[in-house]
Each structure stands twice: as structure tokens, then as C-alpha cells.
Design a protein around this ligand. Structure first.
Ligand code: ARG
Length: 468
């Protein structure tokens, strides 16, 4: 065992340890590579904490000014890349505190009065996630704007709608796009809910029991832009629900992005040929010269697996942990930052993919002539002539079977052929089962008619304009 060499540089080992820390322990316990990213939040929270200490008369005005000055210099050093990070100092918090000692001398030794890394890390993380939620929210709105623009352009263009990836009923392309918008709208609102619960200040809880220094926690919360303060110091340092919620929100976003991208991948295949993705987001093949592969879309679909894995990872990490803080919790950042980075880069790319996608409205329209796409409309026709729907369903089923046998689409049948199945069918059926007519008449609120799509778009535009 290595004898301590004037102890170690890590202040947390203080006077208690006789032996220097093992090198492998340093590497194993350090979270610096992950939590460096929290430096801004750590410094801002320390600045406001120092102010609270001063106001509670725990430190003098002079100490406060030295601390503030020192922290400002550290912030600049980090931002300019001059700061010397030390792995042996475990994490961002200790690195900044140790650096402060070099800048502010004895005053720096007082910054950690009544504070623990346990309430510090939770404060920093909450601040960081609130900022991240704002960033993601802006990007979600941007994607939604791209969607709205395309939907507006294609509010009348018809395409086959699918269930089970089989031809189902005609819809407008604008309507399908606005379904993507709705998914993202829920993502947006979930994030705002999570932000509200994240906005609770743990600082002042110290290690787990609270502090004796009569700090004005409410004022501290206000200054750090928290909506409220935590009610229970043990819970405050044990709680990572806000991180779990964040990861849950991102994994739902991931699932949504994977579905949207899956559609773009299918639609851009030669068989579908509904859209053409911009070349700048596609790659070629090393052997097949003709290929244009939708790699960005595929990686967005594939990368979403990590968002689910990260959520499950954090849930598993927290499950069964006794209160209060446990070092296990340090692992949360790997999950959080990975999902955060996925969502930021994916959303950024997605709005560009949507902006740049070319839509082959001709192919979409001509595909509406496949798969007896308006069979449901034919049943609706019979209903309009007085037949009960279940009966109409059966009759149309027989018409479809007949058409298949004769290698025809239902709209290619003659009136006399129709009449073999029901005398209620007249000449006007031909208009009734046209895809354009099918779409025009789906005019209930939220339906696929061009008019309804425009209404959806109008509502969406208004909502987006209200977002700050
Ligand atoms: N790096 C630690 C983390 O991220 C900070 C808290 C450490 N607290 C402690 N008591 N060892 O969780």
C-alpha cells in the first residue's frame, strides 16, 4: 500500500486517510469525463450559494468577493480551454473547488460550508436538464414547423393510407404529415411537465440532513430560476425521478423518430417511390454504384434503441437503492447525456430531412388505384342507400373477391357487374368511390379532408406562435 504523500490532492480525503488512493481507484471512481459538462451550472450554483452564505453571515463580504471573482476566472478558463482538469479530483465539483482554492485562497475553503456534493450534483443536474429541455423544445418546434410547411403544400394530395402496412383507405399526404406533428406535440408537452417537476431546488439539503446555517433557500431558488424548493432533505439528495422522467420523455421521442424515419425509409424505396430524400443526408455503397442509402434516417431509427436502453439503464440503476445518496447514482450521467445528444442531433437533422424531401405526388395518387382502396367507401355507399353497415361489409367483401378473381379493381367493374351483388347500386357509385371523393367527404373534425387538414394546420400554427 502506498503511504500517503503529504496526503492526496483530493480535498474529500481530508485528514482521515493514512494512505494515498490507489491509481485504479482514481480511474474507477472518476466521473469527470461525463460531468465536466455540468461546469456552467456548477459555477453559477456556487456563485449564488456563496451569496446565500454571505447573506446568512457565514462568510464575509470580502470572502464573497474573492469567491465570486475566482469563480468568474475559472469559468473563463474552462470556456477558453485553459482549465486544467484533474482526474484524481473525481468530478467537476471537486475540480472547480480545488481551482477556487488556488484563486481565492482561504475564502475558497468556506464555499462548501453547509453543502455536500450530494445536493450540489442534484442541483447542477436539474439546472442542466432544465436548460436541455428548453433546447430540445426549440428543436421540436422547428421540426413541427417543417412538417406544417410540407403539410400545407400537400394538403390536397392524395395517397394510400395504411394499416398493417396494407392499403387501407385514401388519405391526404398533408394529413399523414400532421400526424407526425401531433406526436411531437405530445413530446413537447411531456417535456414541459417534466421541467416543472425538475424545477425544485435541492441545495441546502447538504449530505442528507439539511444544514444549520439559516440560508434563505427560497431566495436561492429564485436566483437560480427554480420554481420551488425541496421539502425533505433526504428525498432531495436521493431523488432521480426527474432524470428518469427526462429519459422516459426522450425514449418516447426516440420511438416517434424511429417510426417517422421508418416511413421515410420505406417511402424512399424504389417500390414505393413516394419521396426522394436530399442527397446531402444519404450515402452511397462501396460496391453497388446505383445505391443511394438513407443512412441518416436509418441511424435515427437505430439510435432510438439507445434512448430506450438508457431509460431502462437508469431505472435499473435506481431500483432497490436505499436512501439517501449512493455512489451508484453517479452513473446516471452516461445515460442522460447519451439520450440528450441523440435527441438534439436527431431533431436538428430531421427538420432538414423534412424540408428537403421531394414528394412524388403522382406516384402516391396512382397507387390509390391499387388494393381496392375505396372498398370501405363502397360499403358507405350502400349504407347511404339504406343498407345496414354489417350487411354492406359482407356485400363489398364479395365484390372484392369477385374483382380479385377477374383481376380487376372494384372501380373497374361495370354497373351490371355491381348490380349482381346489390340492386341498390346505381351509376352514382362511380363518383362515390373515387379516392378524391373519399378524402373530400372525410370532413369530421380531425379527418383527412383537405379542409380539415387546413384547419389542423391553422390550429398548429397558432399554437407554435404562442411558444416563447
Ligand atoms: N460525482 C458524484 C456524482 O455524480 C458527485 C456526488 C458525490 N458524492 C459523494 N458523496 N461521493 O454522483
Amino acid at each position: 500500500m502506498v503511504k500517503k504523500k503529504s496526503q492526496t490532492t483530493n480535498p474529500s480525503r481530508g485528514g482521515r486517510f493514512e494512505h494515498a488512493v490507489n491509481k485504479l481507484t482514481i480511474r474507477y471512481t472518476s466521473s469527470l469525463e461525463q460531468d465536466k459538462r455540468l461546469y456552467q451550472e456548477d459555477i453559477v450554483a456556487s456563485m449564488k450559494y456563496a451569496l446565500a452564505l454571505k447573506e446568512a453571515k457565514v462568510i464575509t463580504n470580502k470572502d464573497y468577493s474573492k469567491i465570486l471573482k475566482g469563480l468568474k476566472i475559472i469559468l473563463k478558463e474552462i470556456e477558453s480551454g485553459k482549465f486544467e482538469w484533474k482526474e484524481e479530483l473525481e468530478d467537476v465539483h471537486m475540480n472547480i473547488e480545488a481551482a477556487l482554492r488556488r484563486k481565492a485562497g482561504n475564502a475558497a475553503k468556506k464555499i462548501h460550508t453547509g453543502r455536500s456534493r450530494n445536493d450540489q450534483v442534484s442541483t447542477d443536474l436539474r439546472l442542466f436538464l432544465m436548460k436541455s429541455i428548453d433546447e430540445i423544445s426549440v428543436l421540436i418546434s422547428k421540426v413541427q414547423n417543417s412538417i406544417i410547411k410540407k403539410a400545407q403544400k400537400h394538403h390536397k394530395d392524395i395517397m394510400p393510407g395504411f394499416t398493417h402496412l396494407q392499403m387501407a383507405q385514401p388519405v391526404t399526404f398533408g394529413h399523414h404529415l400532421m400526424a407526425w406533428y401531433e406526436m411531437l406535440n405530445r413530446d413537447y408537452s411531456r417535456l414541459q411537465d417534466t421541467k416543472r417537476r425538475t424545477s425544485s431546488l435541492p441545495l441546502g439539503s447538504a449530505a442528507l440532513a439539511g444544514n444549520r446555517y439559516k440560508l434563505d433557500r427560497k431566495l436561492l431558488a429564485k436566483r437560480l430560476n427554480f420554481k420551488e424548493i425541496s421539502n425533505n432533505s433526504i428525498d432531495a439528495v436521493s431523488d432521480r425521478d426527474f432524470s428518469i422522467e427526462f429519459l422516459s420523455n426522450i425514449s418516447i421521442i426516440g420511438v416517434h423518430l424511429s417510426r417517422v424515419n421508418e416511413e421515410m425509409i420505406i417511402w424512399s424505396s424504389s417500390q414505393f417511390d413516394y419521396i426522394d430524400l436530399p442527397e446531402e443526408f444519404c450515402t452511397g455503397s462501396s460496391i453497388m454504384p446505383q445505391k443511394k442509402n438513407p443512412d441518416v434516417a436509418e441511424l435515427m431509427r437505430g439510435g432510438s434503441a439507445r434512448t430506450v436502453a438508457n431509460l431502462v439503464g437508469l431505472l435499473t440503476l435506481m431500483k432497490g437503492l436505499p436512501l439517501a445518496y449512493n455512489r451508484d447514482m453517479q452513473e446516471d450521467k452516461r445515460f442522460l447525456f447519451d439520450s440528450l445528444d441523440y435527441s438534439i442531433s436527431s431533431l436538428e437533422l430531421l427538420s432538414m430531412l423534412i424540408d428537403g424531401m421531394n414528394v412524388n405526388t403522382k406516384k402516391m395518387k396512382s397507387d390509390c388505384n391499387l388494393g381496392h382502396l375505396t372498398a370501405t367507401e363502397l360499403a358507405d355507399y350502400l349504407v347511404s342507400k339504406g343498407m345496414a353497415f354489417r350487411r354492406a361489409h359482407e356485400v363489398v367483401g364479395k365484390i372484392v373477391a369477385f374483382s380479385n378473381k377477374n383481376k380487376k379493381q372494384i372501380f373497374e367493374l361495370s354497373l351490371s357487374e355491381f348490380k349482381k351483388f346489390s340492386n341498390l347500386i346505381e351509376k352514382d357509385v362511380m363518383t362515390f368511390i373515387k379516392p378524391e371523393e373519399a378524402v373530400r367527404t372525410k370532413d369530421s373534425i380531425g379527418g383527412t379532408s383537405p379542409k380539415q387538414v387546413l384547419t389542423q394546420i391553422k390550429k398548429a400554427k397558432k399554437l407554435l406562435s404562442l411558444r416563447s
